[in-house]
Design a protein around this ligand. Structure first.
Ligand SMILES: *Cc1c(COP(=O)(O)O)cnc(C)c1O
Length: 361
């Protein structure tokens, strides 16, 4: 069986070696020493000034919206994971969808500008599959209309844009460190911002609003993570370069083998700085996708329709017309990609796809 992804696991002994320290200290959560160490190492690794580890990426998004005090309308992308939209609604704001660019899959800045009203307070958009958005254009729009920008950077571990960490852009960046992501802490997320003021606010929100014993400064939530999760992160960091290298090779191998067929690839905005976290392919129509998926599944290969459906189709959002996102969502499939995926597995995936396209496409 070949799944779309498999979590990376470090050598068992390396994880266990962290456990004795946890037992000795009997400090299990609440920003213990391993969590602190992880935050420090992540700041160094990602080249960012401030970073807070959270319980997961969704909490990071929710805290980001709260910390910026957003209300009213937030312009967002329909081509993302559901957490991008649900967080907006969870925080009592209204998502307004702007369509995407058909090549990059990222929000189209021209469409964003068309959706701005007097109620708009922010843009919350995703660097889709780790592909950097049009950050400069979006910043110009935000500055002109006095809007905040939150990036859903769930896929962006280690991504650079123009030789800068992608997280240099926007008011707040939210990472997911979930087990299925390129780098993970089992469950986990992170809030990154250049503003020490915002980080200070977010750090209080992460811990119930505590500001010393018995003093509460504003509303908070439990957004913390544990020493056990931090230990997994510290173990995995050691293998980050290996993970990035294998992903790049796998990406190039797929692309090479599938070039010349009818499938289209995501256009990368900065190939040098990319982290090769996903391998999406787009078929001519949904019917072809369904045929390919069926053939793959018959060979025990399980790709993922990701992102599907387009979020503007959710029954709890106001309807917006986003034809490009709707169309890409129906035709995109993410192929298996994970650290231990072998060339033989990739060959099989490619063979089944090409055969299906030849005979049934
Ligand atoms: C994974 C993911 C999230 C949610 O992160 P969790 O850590 O699972 O809560 C949000 N947005 C995108 C784009 C994601 O892929």
């Amino acid at each position: 069986m070949i799944n779309v992804t498999e979590p990376f696991l470090p050598p068992f002994d390396e994880y266990v070696s962290y456990l004795s320290g946890i037992w000795k200290r009997n400090w299990l959560t609440n920003n213990g020493p391993l969590l602190n160490e992880l935050e420090l190492r992540l700041k160094e690794t990602l080249g960012v000034e401030h970073l807070l580890v959270t319980g997961n990426g969704t909490l990071a998004l929710q805290i980001a919206i709260k910390a910026l005090g957003l209300e009213g309308e937030i312009i967002t992308t329909p081509f993302s994971y559901i957490a991008t939209t649900s967080s907006v609604i969870w925080e009592s704001c209204q998502p307004v969808f702007a369509d995407i660019n058909e090549q990059t899959f990222n929000i189209d800045p021209g469409e964003v500008e068309k959706k701005i009203t007097s109620k708009t307070t922010a843009i919350l958009t995703t660097h889709v599959f780790g592909n950097a958005s049009e950050v400069k254009q979006l910043q110009n729009i935000a500055t002109k209309h006095d809007l905040k920008i939150i990036y859903d950077a769930a896929h962006c571990f280690g991504v650079k844009y123009g030789n800068q960490p992608i997280m240099e852009y926007g008011d707040i960046n939210c990472l997911s460190l979930h087990a299925t992501k390129l780098f993970h802490t089992i469950e986990g997320g992170a809030i990154v911002s250049k503003s020490s003021d915002l980080i200070y606010r977010a750090s209080k929100m992460r811990n119930f609003g505590h500001h010393g014993e018995g003093i509460f400064d504003g509303i908070g939530i439990n957004g913390k993570n544990s020493e056990f999760h931090a230990a997994m992160g510290l173990c995995n960091l050691k293998y980050l370069q290996d993970i990035l290298t294998s992903r790049r090779e796998q990406y190039r191998y797929y692309k090479d083998k599938l070039s010349g067929s009818q499938v289209k690839f995501q256009q990368l905005t900065d190939e040098e700085g990319y982290n090769y976290s996903y391998f999406p392919v787009v078929f001519e129509n949904e019917n072809t996708l369904l045929k390919v998926r069926k053939e793959l599944e018959d060979h025990y290969i399980y790709p993922r329709r990701y992102f599907y459906p387009s979020l503007s189709c959710l029954d709890y959002v106001e309807k917006h017309s986003t034809p490009i996102s709707d169309s890409v969502s129906k035709r995109v499939l993410c192929l298996p990609m994970f650290h231990s995926l072998s060339k033989e597995d990739q060959d099989l995936v490619v063979r089944v796809i090409l055969r299906t396209l030849r005979y049934k496409g």
